[in-house]
Design a protein around this ligand. Structure first.
Ligand SMILES: CC(C)(COP(=O)(O)OP(=O)(O)OC[C@H]1O[C@@H](n2cnc3c(N)ncnc32)[C@H](O)[C@@H]1OP(=O)(O)O)[C@@H](O)C(=O)NCCC(=O)NCCS
Length: 368
């Protein structure tokens, strides 16, 4: 590839030059850049920027990749940086990477630059582009989806070690023949970020929910429904809270906190799992903290989730309850589900035993 300037909508990709140094330092010394680009020199100062311009970027070009400054077309000032690393010449595969300085974030700069470089790479003969993100780098994952990249999986412990821990990397991939995006999502964002009927409100689980959800998931009667039926460590709940956003974007689960709509206090948890996308089936699970029970909040929650699920294309929703859990069965019936049958020995119980599951289902076409 040769370092030619590419003009795009709202962004220009051009070779970097010495006037970029101050903005390059501001962008790469920023804490978010440091967190999600652990291979940057530390500290990132003017010498590091000059090294990139004189040696790093030319080396990327010489290796068959690219290294552009993302510039404002009106001023030619640096907004960020983007480039391709060649993964394999024989297979025409590349990895795309980028950053945008803090003062230019949140207005579509990275999305526009990624779209532009992606199209240019395919025009130049690339067959497959990979975009690897830290699991908690939500903005970058949204950029991937906007530019037609698809969630391909998690590369376990593929990231650069930090404080002795190697993070997973999430692989987003676009092939030359894939449509330009945005990529369709099995689980779109909630409208306005929440579902509410005025009494309960549901929103995506957040890292700050860890205390309430750890208390919830270590309650004896909630543990009994877990697979396997053992209480989770606090660290496992914290991880689930941190990863809720990426699992949602990947279409795996909509992990929801149930709030008292008046106080905003977390009173429980609910999750929609796309367990069988090919048939349009999804599963719902829920539990409430003891102080929130007996007020119809679980029924309201399931009704809200079912309404949303059918609106985004789910055709059949199901839930399984233990035979000795009449409260949960009552919730499902009041939320329009029908008892469909008994799955014998469906779930692992304590001490190697098996537990039956009573299955309830509701179809998108059912009368409520
Ligand atoms: C990731 C980064 C490049 C984004 O740059 P940007 O120009 O702000 O990106 P855009 O404005 O094009 O798009 C950002 C998307 O993330 C969303 N977003 C931004 N901050 C967010 C946050 N804290 N939580 C959730 N979403 C967020 C935006 O709403 C937008 O998504 P949408 O278009 O679907 O609404 C920039 O934050 C950055 O340089 N970060 C540090 C380096 C880095 O992470 N590089 C990528 C490594 S894989």
């Amino acid at each position: 590839m040769t370092p030619e300037t590419i003009e795009g909508y709202g962004v220009r990709l051009r070779p970097c030059h010495p006037a970029d140094v101050p903005e390059m330092v501001a962008g790469c010394a920023d804490p978010q850049s440091r967190r999600f680009m652990p291979l940057l020199p530390d500290p990132y100062d003017a010498d590091a920027a000059r090294w990139w311009i004189a040696e790093g970027a030319p080396a990327a070009w010489a290796a068959g990749g690219s290294a552009y400054t993302i510039a404002d077309p009106a001023t030619d000032r640096l907004l960020g940086s983007i480039g391709l690393t060649r993964v394999s010449a024989e297979r025409a595969t590349y990895e795309i990477g980028y950053w945008v300085g803090p003062s230019a974030r949140g207005r579509g700069v990275a999305t526009a630059a990624t779209r532009l470089l992606t199209e240019q790479a395919f025009t130049a003969g690339a067959g497959r582009l990979e975009l690897l993100t830290h699991p908690e780098n939500v903005p970058s994952q949204r950029i991937a989806l906007a530019c037609g990249y698809r969630h391909e999986g998690v590369r376990r412990a593929a990231g650069a070690p930090r404080e002795g821990v190697r993070p997973d990397l999430v692989a987003w991939v676009r092939l030359a023949g894939d449509p330009p995006g945005p990529t369709a999502r099995l689980l779109p964002d909630l409208p306005g970020g929440r579902l509410t009927d005025g009494v309960v409100a549901l929103r995506r689980v957040e890292p700050a929910d860890v205390d309430a959800l750890h208390r919830l998931h270590t309650l004896r009667e909630v543990v009994a429904n877990r697979v396997p039926p053992v209480p989770p460590e606090r660290a496992a709940v914290a991880r689930r809270c941190r990863l809720a956003a990426t699992r949602w974007l990947a279409g795996e689960a909509a992990d929801l906190a149930i709030l008292d709509a008046t106080t905003g206090v977390v009173v429980g948890g609910c999750a929609l799992f796309h367990d069988e996308p090919a048939t349009g089936q999804a599963m719902v699970g829920y539990s409430l903290l003891p102080e929130a029970r007996g007020r119809g909040l679980a029924t309201r929650t399931v009704r809200l989730v079912a309404g949303w699920a059918f609106g985004i294309g789910v055709l059949r929703l199901w839930a399984g309850t233990r035979p000795d859990n009449p409260a949960s069965q009552h919730v499902l019936e009041r939320a329009g589900f029908r008892r469909e049958g008994l799955l014998r020995g469906r779930l692992p119980g304590p001490d190697g035993s098996r537990v039956d599951s009573v299955v309830f289902g509701r179809l998108a076409t059912d009368e409520n």
